[in-house]
Design a binder for this molecule. Structure first.
Ligand code: BEZ
Length: 388
């Protein structure tokens, strides 16, 4: 071998070594998981984390070529603690990405901090319309829904069924208020009228006085937004008061998702609308459900799907930038142009970074929210106030 050839070969070898080392030394990607692990939404937080980790496992423990390190925070669904909690993740723990949360009020505080710091935020539930409305940003994404989406669909369904007079009941906070507004918009467009809007403070579950008011008013339909432990209590109380025999109770699917074992007889026959359902019977959904049940010894629900898809969206963005999440524009563009192959069915991400997705009409049968039909195909949130 001539000296020149030997030198060239050595240089090539050295470069290959440096490239390999560089790759191997790419630090772990720090993911801040800010979710409720206590309180009325605790089961939702666990399902989201399970779904996220299932997808990570399917990818061999890496996303975009990087191993993942988790930093976990229990946000307690408490908006008063939200700014401190999220700022600890951003400023003390230096996370690269935040995944969270469930409660709309906490989600709004997280979106504000993410917008100020530029940290990537993927929201795996919190439906606050503002997050993909006036607060929309290049670094903020949602793998779930806006509060408007399933609510508007339910309003349309109830109106088309010929229901004329509705009463709404909810927890008094952003998610409940926006869910009721979405239902009212769909219902009144379809010829109905919301007569009365009732509310209790979050996370109160003292419903008796309001159920008495509903019984006296005798509407054609009651629309309710509750989720987690509160949804279990409300649906049971509604049935115990005998109201389910005379006034149909409907809602966004959170009213019966992940709650049916506890609600039992009281939920049977209820109609709800949501971007996920039991009995979709697609190969994609079946493989997800089988893997989830095998790993966690639990049936998945909508929250598990949203966690799973948060990991899918993060992987799509990271793959496009080879793990370098500082390349924000390329990261965002990859997600904006993707078709996400979700167990719920394929969906895309709007310019405001919210899923454009089918909303299913579901009916409770046994422990399942069985799909009845697609209530609204490819429903996009109006993204009012988003200036991206
Ligand atoms: C919310 O606060 O956005 C929310 C919480 C639980 C289920 C659905 C929405």
């Amino acid at each position: 071998m001539s000296q020149r050839v030997a030198r060239t070969t050595l240089t090539a070898l050295a470069l290959a070594c440096i490239a390999t080392l560089g790759h191997a030394q790419q630090a772990k990607l720090k993911v801040g998981l800010m979710l409720p692990y206590s309180g009325t939404y605790a089961a939702l937080g666990v399902a989201i984390e399970n779904g996220f980790k299932l997808r990570l496992d399917e990818q061999g423990g890496k996303l975009g070529g990087r191993e993942i390190e988790f930093v976990k925070v229990d946000d307690e669904s408490d908006p008063a603690k939200a700014t401190d909690n999220v700022n600890k993740l951003i400023k003390r723990d230096n996370v690269d990405v935040i995944v969270g949360t469930v409660h709309s009020g906490v989600t709004i505080a997280m979106a504000k901090a993410a917008k100020e710091s530029g940290t990537v935020l993927i929201v795996p539930n919190g439906g606050a319309d503002a997050v993909t409305g006036p607060m929309c940003a290049q670094n903020i994404f949602r793998s779930s829904f806006s509060n408007w989406q399933p609510a508007y669909a339910m309003g349309e369904v109830a109106g088309k069924q010929g229901k004329k007079k509705a009463i709404t009941i909810t927890w008094k906070y952003a998610a409940g208020d926006e869910s009721v507004a979405g239902f009212k918009e769909g219902f009144e467009k379809a010829g109905g009228k919301v007569d009365k809007q009732l509310a209790v403070p979050f996370p109160n579950v003292e419903f008796q006085a309001l159920l008495t008011e509903i019984a006296a008013a005798k509407p054609d339909v009651v629309y309710a937004f509750f989720a987690g432990g509160g949804a279990v209590k409300f649906v049971k109380d509604y049935a115990a008061a005998g109201l389910n025999k005379t006034i149909p109770l409907v809602g966004p699917g959170f009213l019966t998702d992940g709650t049916l074992e506890a609600q039992g007889e009281s939920a049977q026959g209820m109609l709800t609308t949501l971007h996920y359902a039991d009995g979709l019977d697609t190969p994609r959904d079946t493989s997800f459900r089988t893997a989830y049940a095998k790993t966690f010894k639990l049936q998945p629900d909508v929250y598990a799907v949203q966690g799973y898809d948060a990991a899918q969206m993060l992987a799509i963005g990271l793959n496009a930038v080879k793990g370098d999440i500082s390349k924000k524009a390329e990261f965002a563009s990859a997600i904006e142009h993707a078709k996400i192959d979700s167990p719920r069915g394929q969906f895309t991400i709007s310019k405001a970074h919210n899923p454009v997705q089918d909303i299913y009409l579901r009916k409770v049968a046994g422990n399942e929210n069985k799909v009845v039909s697609v209530a609204v195909k490819n429903l996009a949130d109006p993204a009012r106030g988003c200036k991206l």
